[in-house]
Design a protein around this ligand. Structure first.
Ligand code: MG
Length: 180
């Protein structure tokens, strides 16, 4: 059996890192909210416009990106895929320029096997040349040459144009199948 070595781009926020959970925790603490039973909804919809403005300011400051939890199984599956494929982390870090050094440090801590030259801090993702892009934001797929794999998230539940993966086990199975 010959296996194909794919070039795979992987998003950070809400794909490798559980950004949503940290934002919910931040909003509860900052505004005294109790969002537990609504934590599975897009956070912007749970906040007032002034609370959303405060969240944007906090994201631009950026240090929250240093302290995100990895998604379940993300580190283990990424390590496996890293051996079999050409993996690049592709994150629209320019949406929050203050996040750059924190994202870089996060990868160094949690993914020490990852070559820093495989980190792509960008704005628009359609500039990258990948066979697959794993992302929770479907608009990144619209002008992409490669194929989008949509990582399930509260904000994308109505999107049905792309193959959906629910977790990192799904990603592992997808590429195991793609190799067969
Ligand atoms: Mg994302």
């Amino acid at each position: 059996m010959t296996s194909t070595r794919y070039r795979i781009g992987v998003d950070m926020d809400d794909v490798i890192c559980n950004t949503h959970a940290s934002l919910i925790g931040w909003a509860e603490q900052e505004f005294g909210l109790s969002l537990g039973d609504r934590a599975d909804e897009p956070i912007e919809t749970l906040l007032t416009s002034s609370q959303n403005a405060a969240m944007a300011e906090m994201l631009n400051e950026g240090s929250i990106f240093r302290h995100l939890a990895p998604m379940d199984d993300a580190v283990e599956v990424l390590a496996e895929l890293y051996r079999a494929h050409d993996i690049f982390i592709v994150t629209a870090a320019m949406e929050h320029p203050g996040s750059l050094r924190h994202k870089f440090a996060w990868v160094g801590e949690h993914l020490p096997f990852f070559d820093p030259l495989r980190l792509v801090f960008c704005g628009h993702k359609h500039v990258v040349n990948v066979d697959y892009l794993i992302d929770d934001t479907p608009h990144h797929f619209e002008r992409l040459d490669g194929r989008g794999l949509l990582y399930d998230a509260p904000k994308n539940r109505r999107e049905n144009r792309y193959d959906r993966v629910r977790n990192w086990q799904d990603i592992s199975h997808f590429f195991a199948g793609a190799l067969a």
